[in-house]
Write a protein that binds this ligand. Sequence first.
Ligand code: ATP
Ligand code: MG
Length: 234
Amino acid sequence: MLTIEGLQVAYGSQQVLWDIDLRVERGEFVTLVGANGAGKTTLLRTISGLLTPQAGRISFGDEVITGMPAHAICERGLIHVPEGRELFPRMHVYENLELGAFARRARKQRGANLERIYALFPVLRDRARQDAGTLSGGEQQMVAIGRGLMASPSLLMLDEPSLGIAPILVETIMETLRKLNSEGLTILLVSQELHYALELAHRAYVIENGRIVLSGNTADLRDDHHIQQAYLGL
Ligand SMILES: Nc1ncnc2c1ncn2[C@@H]1O[C@H](COP(=O)(O)OP(=O)(O)OP(=O)(O)O)[C@@H](O)[C@H]1O
Ligand SMILES: [Mg+2]
């Protein structure tokens, strides 16, 4: 569904991604893991069209999307829930959610999508007319995921949805991702919660200093010596 080949990305003269090859099949749950500064956010931002690569190719479905503007990529159902959530804190929760439905593909499903999100995260229905900025970090993350779902994604990319939120809400969010995937949504998750990520995902890519250094089935990676030492603290 998503295929990345030979991707090179730089900020000015500073190259940060080197020869990235990555693939996500329809229905898969794939995780991208790596330390701070490894290049995870840069990769997601390049996939969504917010950054232009120096070289390489990104295909989504049967189209090459490299160089397409971000809104055109959204319109194709490739949706990015950004690091840090990027909500509008002075707007109501439901208004933030509705902002996700601007894509043409999503407008007709607005009502049904909103109901589905409230069913997934009942607290958001209770808080619908509250300013998003008054919610806890975990609840705000639910709004950010909900806004992504409002766009009727066929592939949802999430950048660190568990960062800085209470452990109980990390679990709620991770379980929700599992459920969404079991209902057919394809997921690419960036997370430093490696224990969770390796449990939820089918496959993982490990990125270090801008290069993919390991990839494979999560069941195998959990037993990998390098992963255990460098990431799981075993
Ligand atoms: N706008 C920018 N301009 C210049 N360099 C940048 C910019 N954004 C990120 N970088 C650099 O690119 C590299 C990769 O950063 P990136 O944010 O993609 O990493 P990350 O894996 O998402 O890290 P984190 O886990 O902290 O979110 C880092 O060295 C970072 O300093
Ligand atoms: Mg990041």
